[in-house]
Write a protein that binds this ligand. Sequence first.
Ligand SMILES: [Zn+2]
Length: 351
Amino acid sequence: MDMGKAKKKKSVNSSLVILAVLCVVIVALGAFAAYLVHRNNEMKAMNSNAENSLSAAQSELFSLEEALSQKQSEAESFSQAFDEQSSAFESEKNALNEKIADLNKQIALKRQREEASRAAAAAALNPGSAHGNPASNPTPSSNGKIVYLTFDDGPSSNTPRILDILDAYGVKATFFVINGGKYNHYMADIVNRGHAIALHSYTHDYKKIYSSDEAFYNDLQAISDLVFTQTGVRSNITRFPGGASNTVSRKYNSGIMSRLTQGVLNKGYHYFDWNLSSGDASGNNIPKDTIVANCKRLPKSNTVIVLMHDTRAKGTTVEALPEIIEYYKNAGCGFDVITSSTPPVRQKVNN
Ligand SMILES: [Zn+2]
């Protein structure tokens, strides 16, 4: 072969090799690209699967949350309904208990009245007979004055202390009582220890008792019956709530005090006001020294009726009592209980 021909053949050969290599490279690149596309699609599919299951899980979570909140609100409304129902039951129960207590009270009152009217009928008593109260028996007086200690609005938790102090000084007093509820049994102690028991009011409710003459006399009869059942005493001594001079009654019935002051006398009662006020009614637990100072203001009259109160809120009256009694004793006063023969001490009627 000549050199030219051989050279040409060699160059054709190397071109073929290059072409072959290029072909291989192209094929390889194509295969790689196809792989990449396939891989990408696979990844996309996986992603969308994952997204699908995520959103499915989310929507499941939402519906679970919704169900939970619904259950919670159901539970809340159930417990609210339960609370409402139980409070309704509670108030119904309270109302029933109140009704029962009310009925029991009415029964007790009815029994008391029946007992009183039976006893009154049996004894054929009238207000003028004043059975059982002590007779006038004044202790010696060197200044001419007789002091009548009077305690209104009892009996109360203070009654036993008052009775002990009076006993300690050998002094008798007069108690103008009201319905003292659970303390009513002290009425018998008042009588058994030699004091006078007198009528003040059953209810001490101004609005009620001064609404009409009839209401007043019903109330007076009720306290008279109560005193009688508790003590056997039918008292004819009385004191108007607020005194005969009260003006509060004007608010409920104009002129009623003018009628009642005459009316009670016509019925055989003797009513007593006071001419020396301890001032213990001007508030609760007035300082002891104030009460003592008030009681030292002896009036000109030889009949000294001292107004004091026997109620739970008048503890300082009890504390003041020994000094008050000592003062009167030292001043030369005697002591006595109020009876129908006690000189009347009556205030001016203002209504
Ligand atoms: Zn009173």
